[in-house]
Design a protein around this ligand. Structure first.
Ligand code: FE2
Length: 530
């Protein structure tokens, strides 16, 4: 070994040591303006391969050093930078001169790492333009007996989230004008911090990651806040209507070309599993992730046909299947046929099947109203998606994960599963709206009945206050669903689902800190071996 090489190895052992001490995703050295636009984040896990993505300020290749869990270097990979043309700022975006936001296009580095060990633990470090940043991950393994993942929706990041306090209506019709205790950015940051402390295997986001999918500054904000978490766990996203939304007014709203460009930003950032659709427009919009005993099927149900009918989940988006338009999902469509195959495989191969998409089919909120534009109707309704329930039931889908209505609501829909041999058995489908990631904290629509509802934070977690009127427990807050899957000694699998809320406690300085609390709505699923 040469002296220089030995010195370099010692340097990287030192960095790996910092990583072991919890500095894993920190930026370890800095030369402002020359290195990362977005620090490295993890995607697309399989038993033997994962993707590390980062964006740089200039076109220099980066160097990715892959290390074992103990920090021993295994491999070096040099990245191929690609100009990220889709990430152009729109002329109409409001960018303050001193905001620190850049207008020049960054370069995308998407590094697939293959040949990994199933269940292996790894660390990595990326050097880019004089800066270094890293993280850690482990791959799925069918033989492993536990899995933890976390789900939320509706982060809806934008620079304006700082200082924006969302409406926080009280239970019943009390205090409709009341505002939440902390601003949206504080809520989302605290949510991510709590999630990071739980070390989940992956984090799934049920759509509406950003406020305007077409505004680059909203994506900048998403990654500024989320990339540190995503250096230690995989992000598994679904497209929401806001990813299709180009921006208000002249920014294009849901215009076909503007929506196409908006979704192009999302597709640029994410490397997602192939669905083998022959249509380019369907690429990476729906896919399957397998992790130990769980199959997670992710769908894009953001538009329905015919346009502006009782089957349409977005009355603003035109047509289907091309450009910015979402792939159709009605029975017989390509996505529906793909879904049926994916569910059949999951039923045969996995203890639990989870399906994630954005619009909630069973909701007490505004998007639970029927589709339409008259009073008592909604132009972004999730109700048309109930047509998929018989398919979910037939293949024994355990849990549907959604957002969109920005409430915590849990519904339980009864039905019959058809087993591979043709026999049927009673089955219950759990449907969750977990759209309380960091934007709205809405209440239900009065007079709207969701017959399958078993828990709604607004109603079922009453605010408890002390003699001074200080909130001491309950109420609706930002949060996420935590899922813990374990194998028991008997060979059965159990999945425990808990809705976590961030309870704000005011300090003497007037600042809030957040306690991790659970709503009284835990669910235990048990899957018996064949
Ligand atoms: Fe939404």
């Amino acid at each position: 070994m040469t002296g220089a090489r030995a010195k370099a190895d010692r340097f990287y052992s030192f960095l790996a040591g910092l990583a072991l001490l919890g500095w894993s995703s920190a930026l370890l050295s800095a030369a402002p303006g020359a290195g990362f636009r977005i620090t490295p984040y993890l995607q697309n896990p399989s038993e033997t391969a994962i993707t590390v993505t980062w964006l740089s300020e200039d076109d220099r290749p980066g160097l990715l050093r892959l290390m074992s869990g103990q920090g021993i270097e295994i491999r070096q990979l040099r990245s191929l930078p690609v100009l990220a043309r889709a990430l152009e700022y729109q002329a109409g975006e409001m960018i303050e001169p001193d905001s620190g936001l850049a207008r020049n296009l960054p370069y995308l580095h998407q590094q697939r790492i293959e040949g990994l060990e199933p269940g292996g633990a790894y660390r990595f470090l990326v050097e880019q333009g004089g800066e270094s940043a890293g993280g850690q991950f482990h791959t799925p393994d069918k033989s492993k007996s536990s899995l933890r993942f976390i789900v939320f929706g509706d982060s809806e990041t934008e620079p304006e989230s700082a200082g924006k306090f969302t409406p926080w209506p009280g239970a019943g019709d009390a205090e409709p004008e009341r505002k939440y205790l902390v601003d949206q950015e504080t809520g989302y940051r605290a949510n991510l911090e709590l999630i990071r402390g739980r070390s989940p295997d992956f984090v799934a986001i049920a759509g509406d990651l950003v406020e305007s999918g077409g505004e680059q500054r909203d994506w900048d904000e998403f990654w500024r806040l989320t990339a540190p978490l995503a250096s230690e766990t995989f992000l598994i996203p679904a497209l929401g209507n806001h990813e299709y939304f180009a921006g208000p007014g002249a920014l294009g709203q849901y215009g076909p070309e503007a929506s196409r460009q908006a979704v192009d930003r999302y597709l640029t950032y994410f490397d997602l599993p192939a669905n083998n659709s022959g249509r380019q427009a369907h690429r990476e919009r729906y896919y399957t992730v397998n992790w130990n005993a769980v199959t997670l099927v992710v769908l894009d149900l953001n538009n329905g046909t015919p346009q502006r009918s009782s089957s349409d989940t977005n009355w603003f988006l035109l047509g289907d299947g091309e450009g910015g338009q979402a792939p159709d999902w009605k029975p017989g469509s390509e996505q529906y046929r793909w879904l049926e195959q994916a569910l059949e495989q999951a039923q045969q191969n996995s203890a639990f099947t989870f399906v994630m998409f954005h619009h909630c089919p069973y909701s007490s909120g505004v998007h639970g109203l029927p589709p339409g534009e008259r009073d008592g109707e909604d132009r972004l309704s999730g109700r048309p998606l109930r047509v998929l329930t018989p398919l979910f039931m037939r293949y024994g889908v355990d849990v549907v994960l959604t957002g969109h209505d920005e409430m915590y609501e849990h519904s339980l829909v009864p039905g019959q599963e058809i087993l591979p041999g043709g026999k049927s058995r009673e089955h219950a489908l759990h449907v969750y709206d977990v759209g309380v990631g960091g934007d709205g904290l809405r209440g239900p629509i009065s007079g709207l009945e969701n017959p399958y509802r078993v828990f709604l934070a607004h109603q079922d977690a009453p605010e408890i206050r002390d003699d001074q009127g200080v909130l001491v427990d309950g109420g609706k807050h930002y949060g996420h669903l935590e899922v813990n899957v374990t194998a028991s000694d008997s060979g059965a699998w159990e999945a425990r689902l808990d809705m976590v809320y961030l309870f704000p406690v005011a300090g003497e300085d007037g600042q809030y800190r957040f306690e991790r609390r659970l709503y009284n709505d835990g669910t235990l699923l048990v899957s018996q071996p064949e």
